[in-house]
Design a protein around this ligand. Structure first.
Ligand code: FDA
Length: 402
């Protein structure tokens, strides 16, 4: 059967949003509810693909403790206004209005009880109520500034708008529709792009380091991972290609090629002191058995073998030797070979320079009627629901004024 021809685009709308992701749909709904005519265009085959895959399929949609300190940007003040005017409590109220069951997993991270699709359905319902038109499988071919407003040429036709909102996200996971299109539009209007790199991304290891951990993929332990100014106390996971888990993803946002990351493998105690206490209490116990009570036997043996430490009864180590072992295990320095890159990264650091954009409205200062929202901007959150909260807050800020 022949596919029906796509419905032509309206010739003129008040607001055109490019990108039907988290920020774009929020902005569209808010603008539509103000009575603006809104059209959303996306090149993907369906809307909100990253929302659908987020949070392991349960969308970590916000964080109870969201604050400006949970974001990276060349201008750390930029995110404050939007985050203060549309808070995590506002989004939680919206989730509750739609009767979506949710729970706190850990560290204030709120997840859907059921599936991420609940959040996409919420956004689509809000858009429907606001008579927002949404068109997918639409490639944008050109953006032309007019005396007043913009003309957008697309594979579905041309449309004029008063306000043009760029909500095309970052570069991570190209197979999900990510593109550098938002940066191209910014460059077209002479805006600066803060250099981008993959963040919230696993580390890769190579050579001996990787060979030595061949037995470990799937093993996890709580650590404190530190690099530069970042220090995160969460789980670390060994993988077939390197290291992952929340602590590693978080610290990856601080890491630059060639730098070392330091891991405290027993962050809940002073290991030197604890080992000597164990020596006094259980002198016959083997070092690896004692360490296996902190981790698994496999991990204990691995960490000792890595340091060429032979396991013996504790009484055969001097207190100074145990103190050194303890210190080494709390300051494990590792230089990752690299990261898994945009293929698996959750977010993109950098983006459209916030100096060019109003922090209240997200409107481009030099280009009236042009707005940038969400991850395309140089605002990147920690792991834990912060990136969606930025998408909601920045989308809402623009939605109120476009
Ligand atoms: P988003 O990427 O959501 O949307 C951009 C839209 O623009 C897409 O629909 C895309 O198809 C479209 N687009 C791109 N280029 C285009 C073009 N040239 N023409 C037309 N359309 C175009 N965050 C969080 O807070 N909690 C979580 O649980 C997770 N989990 C998570 C898991 C995984 C695997 C990833 C990759 C990411 C997360 N994130 C996350 C991050 C979060 O998904 C991300 O920060 C937001 O989706 C950003 O919202 P935006 O609307 O800015 O971009």
């Amino acid at each position: 059967m022949k596919e029906a021809a796509p419905k032509p685009l309206p010739e003129q709308v008040d607001v055109l949003v490019i990108g039907a992701g988290a920020a774009g749909l929020m902005c569209a709904a808010v603008a539509g509810q103000r009575g603006r005519s809104v059209l959303v265009l996306d090149h993907a085959n369906k809307v909100g693909k990253k929302i659908l895959m987020s949070g392991g399929g349960r969308c970590n949609f916000t964080n109870l403790y969201t604050g400006p300190e949970n974001f990276y940007s060349e201008n750390s003040h930029f995110c404050k206004s939007a985050l203060a005017r549309y808070t995590q409590w506002d989004f939680i109220a919206l989730v509750e209005k739609h009767g979506i069951p949710y729970h706190e997993k850990t560290l204030g991270q709120l997840f859907c009880d059921n599936k991420s699709k609940d959040i996409v359905d919420l956004l689509l319902a809000e858009c429907r109520d606001a008579r927002v038109q949404i068109r997918t499988r639409c490639s944008i071919e050109a953006v032309v500034p007019l005396d007043s407003g913009y003309r957008v040429e697309s594979s579905l036709g041309r449309v004029q708008c008063e306000s043009l909102v760029v909500a095309t996200g970052g570069l991570s996971i190209p197979t999900m529709g990510a593109s550098g299109f938002g940066y191209d539009i910014a460059r077209q209007f002479g805006l600066n792009i803060v250099p981008t790199r993959a963040a919230l991304v696993p580390f890769t290891l190579h050579g001996r380091q990787l060979e030595r951990q061949q037995e470990l993929p799937g093993s996890a332990l709580p650590v404190t991972a530190s690099c530069g100014e970042g220090s995160f106390h969460e789980q670390m996971l060994f993988t077939h290609r390197g290291l992952s888990g929340p602590a590693v993803l978080q610290v990856s946002s601080h890491w630059r090629e060639g730098e070392a990351v330091t891991f405290d493998l027993a962050p809940d105690r002073e290991l030197a002191q604890w080992l000597n206490q164990q020596r006094a209490e259980k002198p016959e116990a083997h070092l690896h058995t004692i360490l296996a009570s902190l981790w698994s036997r496999k991990l204990a043996q691995h960490f000792l073998a890595e340091r060429n430490i032979e396991s013996r009864p504790l009484k055969q180590f001097s207190p100074a030797e145990l103190a050194t072992i303890g210190e080494e295990l709390q300051t494990w320095r590792l230089v990752p070979a690299g990261t898994e890159g945009y293929r698996t990264a959750e977010v993109t650091l950098g983006g459209v320079d916030t100096d060019a954009v109003s922090s209240r409205t997200m409107e481009c200062k030099s280009q009236p009627g042009l707005y940038f929202i969400g991850e395309v901007l140089d605002v990147t959150g920690w792991l834990g629901g912060y990136n969606f909260q930025w998408a909601w807050a920045s989308g809402h800020a623009a939605g109120e004024v476009v």
